[in-house]
Write a protein that binds this ligand. Structure first.
Ligand code: CTP
Length: 201
């Protein structure tokens, strides 16, 4: 039994607008598919507008915002043997959400944001003996150093580094290039591959 999350989150500003990101969900969905094909019971928590898995057995939970993502993952994790969190969860959400469409009355517009909960850190705090927890790190600079810091601060069994500096890696692409880092500092560097092959690695 394994939990995977994938895709972006959307933080609503008003009924027609949101703050989001370019995540397609492709990498996490590929991981969910490979796990399922290898016999795992996969529970996939999926952000808005993400690709959908082609494997029918995968149980999908559709969510919108970082707080929905947090709620669903926290509810599922106690029943899981492992979790791989690939979602591009928003780090900040608007302090106020307008119930009606915001009109363009002011010349400048200041948007106040507050930090969202970090799902990976929450699951790490709940983690029981025998459960495995892995995360992703998306970096643009000081990649290895930043990923190692995240591995420790989020209490993970391993972290998968994605660099936007690599060609053929990143949002919406069908290929990816990863480095897997474990708490002993062991790093495994992989070649650029289709996301399904990356998922298998
Ligand atoms: N993550 C999460 N909840 C958040 C933010 C991130 O669970 N609110 C998880 C992601 O799913 C990923 C990992 O934390 O597995 C790292 O995400 P990343 O965006 O690389 O880093 P952040 O923790 O957001 O830190 P920063 O934006 O400062 O790089």
């Amino acid at each position: 039994k394994i939990l995977v999350n994938a895709g972006p989150t959307y933080e609503m500003l008003d009924p027609v607008r949101f703050i989001g990101n370019f995540s397609s969900g492709k990498m996490g969905v590929a991981i969910a598919e490979v796990l399922s094909e290898n016999g795992a019971e996969v529970h996939l928590v999926l952000g808005p507008n993400s690709v959908k898995p082609s494997v029918k057995k995968i149980q999908i939970y559709e969510v919108m915002s970082a707080s929905n993502m947090q709620e669903e993952c926290v509810a599922l994790f106690p029943k899981m043997e492992a979790a791989i969190l690939t979602a591009a969860v928003a780090d900040y959400q608007p302090v106020h959400k307008s119930d009606t469409k915001i009109k363009k009355q002011q010349e400048s517009f200041l948007l106040e944001l507050v930090k969202t909960l970090d799902t990976l850190t929450s699951l790490s705090a709940m983690k029981k003996k025998g459960q495995v927890l892995a995360g992703f790190a998306l970096e643009t600079n000081n990649e290895i150093e930043n990923a190692k810091t995240k591995l420790v601060s989020k209490g993970l069994d391993f972290i998968v580094l994605n660099s936007l500096a690599d060609r053929d890696a990143g949002f919406g692409k069908d290929t990816n290039k990863i480095t897997i880092i474990d708490p002993d500092g062991k790093t495994l560097v992989f070649e650029t591959k289709p996301k399904k092959a990356v998922a298998a690695d």
